[in-house]
Write a protein that binds this ligand. Structure first.
Ligand code: HEM
Length: 505
């Protein structure tokens, strides 16, 4: 333990006494001259950094991604070429709870994976569901305010939660998933994870296809009931973090098989739903899963704050061969993450070791708080320059994308192909009787404190998705089926108008 022997101050000078403040006389006051004490207190006061606005509670691990199949016909990304092996860092999270929240809450789980590729970092920032609640960036901060704390009481509010969800019918599919048995995974190891959005691939010939990422757990799906989760949260709020850490320490490395779904540009133009709407899924029968490789997590971080808390992921980080799509929700995310991280960690957060690329980085950014890498010394600071310093690489330019239509604020609900209930209804019909019963019971329990007008909205949505789903949820919530049918005949605006006030129904 020699390395632990010598205590020093911040700049390496030995500290003589770390227990007894310097005082004026044995019973007198502390003197300013105890500079080591001042340093210690001042540092402590600054140890907390802002938590992530959402996904604040999380756990991370390192691993590797190995490509086992050949998808080079779709993408030229080196990280996805046959046989490629790439170091990764993954962070799992809950969404609504703060940094101290319990792990086993009913919520979606975040999955963020940094691939340290030879062409730069690629971050896949997804969740454990194949779809999302909403599809316009405008709604994102509101979703989080609805699921986080009420401004008056400071408490989480089922009323706010369900009010928001049921006013936006596109949330229905995701709400069904969150209320199902999958709403509380038994561990991070026992859940699938998804990129959710439509992304793009382009190959060596610069031909583009659209794609979605799916990582299916090799450990199998396991979930917790509300009762089990309640008991666990009472005993161990860090249950999922412990499970991941312990499994890796035991040498039981969790693995996920990566698959992609591919849609050509022609198929996208002819598709019966908007393929860039994150609240829609691409059906596996029409767009089968194509295997890519295996993600394995095999090393725990050495220091939670340095590596997990300071990790910064953004969907804006892609590498040649992988691109974005017209999904307007994804477009909003491209700005949000870096902006949040410049505030949360500082402008030079990509120099923090867990975030730093493993390949050479030459970006002309200079200075800024906490610049620790030598700041490129005397190398040219502007471009273009005549010194032959770093130049752009047009060979990695992605193919141009044809777009059409006037610039405007389009509401997807005005699109005649838009159906907010189709996928939720299909999911319900796919469930076994046991899973349907769990879904109904979980929903009824969760929505119980909410006023009847909002319960009616949800019952109508369930009914529009599937007659049996609607009937069972109506019974479980103690509502009137005739009223549900009457409300179901209205359009969305009519339903909202008829259920706006608690005493209306
Ligand atoms: C417009 C929509 C969205 C916005 C504006 C948004 C914004 C953010 C922001 C600001 C953070 C915190 C970043 C940080 O401080 O490091 C975050 C974290 C996260 N978001 Fe989103 N988000 C959106 C949608 C989504 C979607 C659709 C997914 C999943 C597909 C997702 C997955 C995550 C994950 C996994 C994290 C945690 C990353 C980590 O572990 O550090 N978000 N989001």
């Amino acid at each position: 333990m020699d390395e632990y022997r010598k205590l020093t101050n911040e700049v390496g000078a030995p500290v003589a006494d770390n227990e007894n403040a310097i005082t004026a006389g044995p019973r007198g006051p502390v003197v300013m001259q105890d500079v080591w004490l001042m340093e210690k207190m001042a540092h402590f006061n600054r140890e907390v950094i802002p938590e992530r606005r959402m996904h604040a509670k999380g756990w991370g691990a390192y691993g590797k991604f190995t490509v086992t199949q050949d998808i080079s016909r779709y993408t030229k990304a080196k990280v996805l070429q046959p046989g490629a092996e790439t170091e990764t860092f993954v962070r799992f999270s809950t969404v609504a709870g703060e940094r101290g929240a319990a792990d086993c809450e009913r919520d979606i789980r975040g999955f963020a994976c940094k691939f340290y590729t030879e062409e730069g970092n690629w971050d896949l920032v997804g969740n454990n569901t194949p779809t999302f609640f909403i599809r316009d960036v405008h709604n994102f901060s509101d979703l989080n305010r609805a699921v986080k704390r009420d401004p008056r009481t400071g408490r989480r509010s089922a009323q706010n939660n369900w009010d928001f969800w049921t006013l936006l019918p596109e949330t229905f599919h995701q709400t069904t998933i969150v209320m199902s048995d999958r709403g509380i995974p038994a561990s991070f190891r026992h859940m699938h994870v998804f990129g959710e959005h439509t992304f793009s691939f382009y190959n060596e010939k610069n031909e583009r296809v659209w794609c979605k990422f799916h990582l299916l757990t090799q450990q199998g799906i396991k979930c917790l009931s509300d009762e089990e989760a309640e008991r666990i949260n009472g005993m161990d709020r860090e249950y999922h973090g412990k499970d991941l850490y312990d499994a890796i320490e035991r040498g039981e490395y969790p693995k996920w098989t990566m698959y992609v779904q591919i849609m050509t540009e022609e198929q996208a133009r002819a598709h019966y739903e908007n393929p860039f709407d994150i609240t829609k899924i691409w059906r596996h029968k029409e767009f089968p899963l194509i295997e890519v490789g295996v993600l394995e997590l095999n090393r725990n971080p050495e220091n939670y704050f340095a590596e997990v808390e300071q990790a910064a992921f953004t969907p804006a980080h892609v590498v040649p061969g992988i691109g974005f799509s017209p999904d307007k929700f994804l477009q909003g995310r491209l700005f949000a993450y870096g902006d949040a991280q410049r505030y949360r960690l500082g402008v030079n957060h990509n120099q923090i070791p867990v975030n730093r690329a493993k390949c050479e980085v030459n970006e002309y950014h200079r200075d800024g708080a906490m610049r620790t890498d030598g700041n490129y010394g005397g190398a040219p600071a502007y471009t273009p320059n005549s010194m032959g310093a770093w130049t752009a690489q047009p060979e990695v330019m992605e193919p141009p994308l044809e777009i059409s239509g006037a610039m405007w604020r389009y509401d997807p609900k005005d699109d005649p192909t838009d159906d907010c209930f189709r996928a939720g209804g299909e999911l319900y019909r796919l469930m076994s009787e046991e899973k349907r019963q769990i879904l109904i019971e979980n929903t009824a329990r969760n929505i119980q404190p909410v006023t009847a007008n909002i319960k009616y909205r949800h019952a109508v949505h369930c009914y529009l998705a599937d007659e049996e789903y609607g009937r069972r949820i109506t019974e479980a919530m103690g509502l009137c089926m005739d009223k549900v049918k009457e409300l179901a005949a209205l359009d969305n605006n009519g339903l909202i108008a008829a259920t706006l006030k608690p005493d209306q129904v």
